[in-house]
Ligand binder design. Structure first.
Ligand SMILES: Nc1ncnc2c1ncn2[C@@H]1O[C@H](COP(=O)(O)OP(=O)(O)OP(=O)(O)O)[C@@H](O)[C@H]1O
Length: 580
């Protein structure tokens, strides 16, 4: 037999799936802590057993291959277990963002056609509101509070009871017979458009998990703090990844600065992830502590300003920066650190680290291309184009959405919708989301670059820059800023101070023409600034208040601040804004 015609067989070819990790974890790290939550600690043997039980119960309840099973829960053990238990039943896991409102949750349940919805006991009324609007409803299983001896009031189906009643011998895990089968369905966070249901394959999930462990350098038995919601791209694959490394998952219901610092010292946390917005939480002067041992943090989801990178590293966090997108099964570019950069001054290091980086190992290729011609832009760090990706961790497509699936792929590439440049050293730097680029007098202004300059101002806590219509230039930058000492504004910073600060740092055409001070910026539940709200506000301010009447501006600021203070009344406030 020549090398070419040697056949595949069950011994030399297995479908790739992250489900193999948990079986191995039970054997290799059986007595080691797998999941820690408040006063509860499970071992890998126990977690595996619980996942087997979950898979068995789902099958006995009638769940079949490719059925969607949804879960609405914060980072509690049941959410972790669902990452294995649900696909072990042959089903597709749909983790739902816990900060969505009832209408958005109902939209996901309707669109996904979920057969079962697991709901955390604290989110039951939210789920009930969502379910009340549906004509066809999934079966609901209540996730009771395992950390409390006080049982929840009795409910039809309860998580701990269904696990106890399951029979894994009668219903063993459904084997994965095709690695292209779906493992998860994740809805995008809707920062720029309506949420879309992104479908991952077992193969993509496996490869992404392996890649990220490798590129982040995660060694054996890490202690991983769940500061990132597991519902966000399956915790950037580290749900599966912790089983692969025999790690300990430290689950937190609420990742406040106090809870995170406590968990770090109590459990000896070694790794955690989070969007850059988490840096501000951790740097809160009342809670921030110097770490006694370094904690490795993978950040992404939004551009981390170089100035913030410097601050968070000074506390003892070792930051790795990655660029991710739901459609690429989480992180797709990693700013891999080159040894030679260690000799550079701190500010230069932070500037290099703020770039999004090189492709994840599992990707076949990455590029920055002219979106129309699909020709690569020169590697000059200046010419902008669309960031394009191809490889095995790219989604299968959007669930029940052929139009958007077709539009997402072009000439064998996945189009990210992000504008970037390719540096001569092969590192990609994002300049903006296509929709956020400001076009002023024919020049493209990267809102990210203007924000980076603003973050260097010692009194700026957060900044977002959007386009404001301009009668002559078409658009000009409008900055929304949260000051470090907003409440007292002791420093007395005013619009003119910020503008003249920017004049020193930026080309004239990039300097914001308008600066609005807010208490907080409107954000999605994944910590992304909702620029579409700010863009809308900037548009209205220009249209209805071209002379900059202070009373009008104050009303706008009040409405945006109210959106942040009362997220549950967001719709009313956005409507109030639209009337201004
Ligand atoms: N390291 C990073 N630096 C800059 N931007 C990033 C980084 N990582 C992710 N992003 C941004 O986040 C986007 C991906 O976000 P995600 O997949 O969570 O959905 P979303 O953008 O919030 O939702 P939607 O696509 O519905 O608007 C990327 O396209 C990019 O714009």
């Amino acid at each position: 037999m020549d090398a070419y015609s040697l056949p595949k067989n069950d011994a030399n070819f297995a479908e790739l799936t992250p489900l193999t990790f948990i079986h191995r974890a039970a054997l290799a790290y059986g007595n080691h802590a797998s999941v820690v939550y408040e006063n509860i600690t499970f071992t890998w043997k126990q977690t595996y057993e619980r996942c087997l039980r979950l898979a068995a119960w789902l099958q006995s309840f009638g769940i079949r291959k490719n059925d969607v099973v949804s879960i609405l829960a914060p980072n509690v053990p049941a959410l972790y277990e669902s990452h294995f238990g649900v696909p072990m039943a042959g089903a597709v896991l749909n983790t739902i963002n816990t900060r969505l409102d009832a209408a958005a949750i109902a939209g996901i349940l309707r669109h996904s056609g979920a057969k079962i919805l697991f709901v955390d006991h604290q989110l039951l009324s939210l789920a009930t509101d969502a379910l009340s609007t549906l004509t066809s409803r999934p079966e609901v299983v209540l996730i009771d509070d395992i950390s409390s001896t006080k049982r929840c009031a009795s409910f039809g189906l309860q998580y701990e009871q269904v696990l106890a009643s399951a029979n894994p011998v009668a219903y063993p895990p459904v084997p994965v017979t095709n690695e292209w089968d779906a493992i998860a369905l994740n809805y995008t966070s809707g920062t720029t458009s309506e949420p879309k249901g992104v479908v991952y394959s077992h193969r993509g999930a496996y490869l992404s998990t392996m890649t990220l462990l490798l590129q982040w350098g995660v060694g054996l038995q890490p202690v991983y703090l769940w500061s990132l919601p597991m519902f966000h791209c399956n915790g950037w694959t580290f749900t599966w990844g912790m089983a692969a490394r025999g790690g300990t998952n430290v689950c937190l219901r609420s990742p406040s600065a106090r809870n995170m610092y406590q968990a770090i010292s109590r459990h000896g946390v070694t790794h955690m992830c989070g969007a850059p917005v988490l840096f501000n939480t951790l740097l809160d002067p009342t809670e921030c502590r110097q770490l006694t041992r370094p904690v490795h943090m993978l950040t992404g989801g939004a551009p981390p300003p170089a100035a913030l990178l410097e601050s968070i590293e000074s506390v003892g966090f070792r930051i790795t920066h990655a660029y991710g997108i739901t459609e690429a099964t989480g992180p797709a570019l990693v700013c891999e650190w080159q040894q030679a950069w260690n000799r550079l001054p701190a500010a230069e290091k932070a500037r290099l680290k703020a770039r999004q980086g090189v492709g994840a190992l599992t990707l076949a290729d990455i590029d920055v291309k002219d979106k129309e011609t699909m020709i690569s832009v020169p590697r000059d760090g200046v010419t902008q184009g669309e960031i394009c990706l191809r490889g095995s961790s790219i989604m299968k497509g959007y669930f029940k959405n052929k139009k958007d699936t077709d539009a997402a792929f072009k000439n064998g590439w996945f189009l990210t919708g992000d504008v970037g440049v390719m540096h001569p050293d092969g590192y990609i730097e994002i300049k903006d989301r296509s929709k956020d680029v400001i076009i002023s007098g024919g020049e493209n202004i990267s809102s990210v670059e203007v924000e980076a300059a603003l973050y260097r101002h010692p009194m700026v806590l957060e900044a977002a820059v959007v386009a404001m219509p301009h009668p002559h230039w078409g658009e000009t930058p409008c900055a929304f800023i949260v000051l470090k000492e907003y409440a007292s504004n002791e420093a007395g910073i005013e619009e003119g101070d910020i503008i003249s600060y920017c004049r020193d740092k930026l080309s004239h055409y990039m300097v914001p023409r308008k600066v609005v001070f807010l208490e907080e910026l409107p954000k999605t539940s994944t910590g992304k600034i909702q620029k579409f709200i700010l863009r809308d506000v900037a548009k209205r301010m220009q249209k209805n208040n071209p002379k900059g009447d202070a009373n009008y501006s104050r009303r706008v600021v009040r409405e945006i601040n109210d959106i942040n203070r009362h997220p549950e009344a967001r719709v009313e406030h956005v409507m109030a804004l639209s009337r201004l």
